[in-house]
Design a protein around this ligand. Structure first.
Ligand code: GDP
Ligand code: GDP
Length: 455
């Protein structure tokens, strides 16, 4: 009947992938034990349920959706790891750097019953440079009598301390109002949106794979690192790099250049950064060390790229170290390890010698063209009708599901919706995806297919 098909038209008009508008990000920082997690829970507990958890990699949770006074925002909890006591000030300062680079506002939590410690002062030094709003929270002010203690926290140079008790909820509503007052309505970056600026590239991979070497090679060889380009504003954590006559924005390269290493928490911090970089990019260069076996850590990075729905180029680095034996071994490892990402183009490079690094820019362009590609509904259904006529979906429970109609509902990544009269088996969905790629390509981009069963 007619009413069902209006939904299809709506979808066809819709564009841009994610249905929900991007939310501003609030980061919570501070040294261990000041009550960050308690405060995060308090912020989230103000409403009935957490809408969605974004799974972290080494920790269960990193970011949460929150809502207050009708406004939605994301809370980034950077407190889920415990740096060793001796490296504490540096570690927490690095955490604050991360927050400044990725959040729209920062809350720094201090324990009012303890007062400002050397670590708190180190964090404050970092945050005083912040271009984003910073709110100083004096936590554990469980009752009136402790209020006097908070005055000394003015010395941190972060303005007026907000006294709260995260544990008991004292003043937390006022704090949330203050947060909303400084948090912008829209995030600083609308990821994936066509801004007309340079395309955004993330360079990721496990430690020592050659990320900073490659970045140096790319910027050094072309001798065209640009600090500012007319008409664009550059986040200081990013680098503008000219490759092959085109300016690209390499995101979060500050973190690559400044090598932050902690005895503990290092892996968590690195994966948080990797995830952040992937999410702020449109296309990701995943570096693998061709001279070593593909590791669990490599696969985790690839999974992040696939789940984030970003375009991808695989760069097999240290190719100068690869001999014939290793090459054969590697082929087998890749066949096994890259099953979810067979669509990504592979470039065998050496950041050391410069081998094939010039092939990266064309590969990035191809991947982005796929990511942006739209197949018209007419063309898609013409192809689909022929395909389904030749190979119909398998009968299930005595019924033959019919595929009524398909449409590409979104780009970035290309997302298809199939309307059917019944469930399609995973095997048949994979078959459709394979044939879709054979027909329309999409090299370098993930594609998504969802099925809507029409009752
Ligand atoms: P984090 O390491 O900064 O995330 O700190 P936690 O949230 O884990 O809190 C550390 C300890 O401080 C826990 O035992 C909390 O129960 C306690 N705590 C947190 N907020 C308050 C508060 O407002 N008042 C009091 N008295 N204790 C608190
Ligand atoms: P990152 O931790 O991913 O930034 O890795 P680095 O760029 O610091 O590189 C780690 C080590 O690998 C350094 O000693 C580099 O000199 C070395 N390296 C990087 N790329 C190559 C390469 O293509 N070939 C060889 N042989 N060594 C490389």
């Amino acid at each position: 009947d007619e009413s069902d098909w209006t939904a299809v038209e709506d979808l066809d008009d819709a564009d841009g992938g994610d249905a929900a508008p991007p939310q501003p990000v609030l980061a919570i920082v501070g040294r261990p034990n000041v009550g960050k997690s308690t405060l995060v829970n308090r912020i989230l507990g103000r409403r009935e349920a957490v809408v969605q958890d974004v799974p972290g990699v080494t920790r269960d949770r990193v970011a949460y959706d929150a809502q207050w006074a009708g406004r939605r925002f994301t809370v980034l909890d950077t407190g889920g790891w415990e740096p060793k006591a001796e490296g504490m000030a540096a570690a927490v300062a690095a955490q604050a750097e991360y927050a400044m680079a990725h959040a729209d506002a920062v809350v720094v939590v201090v324990d009012a019953t303890v007062g400002a410690t050397a670590t708190d002062e180190a964090v404050a030094r970092v945050l005083r440079r912040s271009k984003r709003p910073v709110l100083l929270v004096a936590n554990k002010v469980d009752d009136e009598r402790l209020l006097a203690d908070t005055a000394s926290l003015w010395s941190l140079g972060l303005g007026e301390p907000y006294p709260v008790s995260a544990l008991h909820g004292r003043n937390s509503g006022d704090l949330l109002d203050a947060i909303l007052a400084v948090l912008p309505e829209t995030p600083r970056e609308t990821y994936g949106a066509t801004t007309g600026g340079p395309r955004r590239v993330a360079l990721v991979g496990k430690p020592n794979v050659g990320k900073s070497s490659l970045l140096n090679k790319l910027t050094g060889e072309d001798r065209a690192v640009v600090d500012s380009v007319a008409g664009t504003t550059v986040d200081p954590v990013d680098s503008l790099v000219e490759l092959d006559g085109q300016v690209w924005r390499f995101v979060d390269t500050a973190g690559l250049r400044k090598r932050v290493n902690f005895a503990s928490g290092a892996e968590y911090y690195a994966s948080l950064r990797t995830k952040g970089a992937i999410e702020s990019a449109e296309v990701v260069i995943v570096l693998l060390d061709a001279s070593e076996p593909i590791a669990e850590q490599d696969l985790r990075v690839l999974t992040m790229v696939v789940e984030a729905g970003r375009a991808c180029v695989l760069a097999l680095n240290k190719w100068d170290l690869v001999d014939e034996d290793r090459r054969n071994e590697l082929e087998r490892e890749l066949e096994r390890g890259l099953v979810r990402i067979t669509w990504a183009e592979r470039v065998n490079v050496s950041a050391l010698t410069g081998r094939a690094v010039r092939k990266l820019a064309p590969a990035l362009r191809t991947a982005l063209a796929s990511w942006d590609q739209r197949i018209s509904t007419g063309r898609l259904n013409g192809w689909l009708n022929d395909l389904v006529a030749a190979t119909p979906p398998p009968v299930r429970g005595g019924k033959q599901p019919k595929i009524l109609f398909a449409t590409q509902a979104a780009t970035r990544p290309p997302t298809f919706v199939l309307f059917t009269t019944g469930f399609l088996e995973a095997g048949y969905r994979r078959f459709l995806e394979r044939r879709l790629r054979e027909e329309f390509g999409f090299p370098g981009s993930p594609i998504r297919i969802s099925v809507r069963v029409r009752e």
